[in-house]
Design a protein around this ligand. Sequence first.
Ligand code: ADP
Ligand code: ADP
Length: 232
Amino acid sequence: MIVIRNLSKSYKTSSGAFPALQNVSLQIEKGDIFGIIGFSGAGKSTLIRCLNRLEEPDSGSIEIEGTVITDLNGKELRLARQKIGMIFQQFNLLDAKTVYQNVAFPLQVAGHPKAHIRERVREILDLVGLGDKENAYPSQLSGGQKQRVGIARALVNEPDVLLSDEATSALDPQTTYSILELLRDINRQLKLTVVLITHELDVLQHICRSMAVIESGRIVETGPVDKLFLNP
Ligand code: ADP
Ligand code: ADP
């Protein structure tokens, strides 16, 4: 379970502090596929980036599977981050590395032995349907294949949580659905909690079980997707 309590974050701008998140509290059940929807500038990206401390909140706390992530620093934070995978709109792959090397990278950083890395990378590439692309470079892949590499890299350390920052926004509708189906399969098979942000209602309705609506840095609605859409 993820528990976010009274999270606030302001950015310093030339015209003073801009409040991007204001007292955000949310509870996300273990194993859920949780969608956070809002217009551009609502604070979605800031919120999801606080979950792995790519962004530092000013106040409030975040607890993930019993660990208060906002209390951690240094080595403890690095270890906790290995349990939080993230995928991005622009995929964020290393262009000079092959598919294999991109996916192996987090395991190499974590110091795993080579034989284990080889086995784990093969297993995870098979899971995302890229078993035959080990030696391809990102420039040789389609958008959907690139995101599959991103997903494999995010999962390779066996995280408890997968964060998705508009992961399908750069993809055409058909590819979007194939990636959403993959995320749903992974959620089921690996019993992984998925938290995604999107500005597209379709994406949310397609795979999310629970959701929150964010407006101007505040959560204005939260609950099961089917309930919120049946009782507008
Ligand atoms: P979303 O992901 O919903 O589009 P963001 O979290 O990216 O929203 O941004 C929320 C608000 O904070 C926006 O008004 C944005 O302009 C502002 N913002 C985001 N990052 C910064 C930054 N580094 N410095 C100043 N303002 C920022
Ligand atoms: P290094 O800088 O140590 O060569 P690499 O990331 O290139 O690091 O490779 C790490 C290990 O993974 C090396 O032993 C390499 O031979 C192996 N490796 C790289 N690509 C593949 C692949 N497609 N299949 C199996 N092993 C691979």
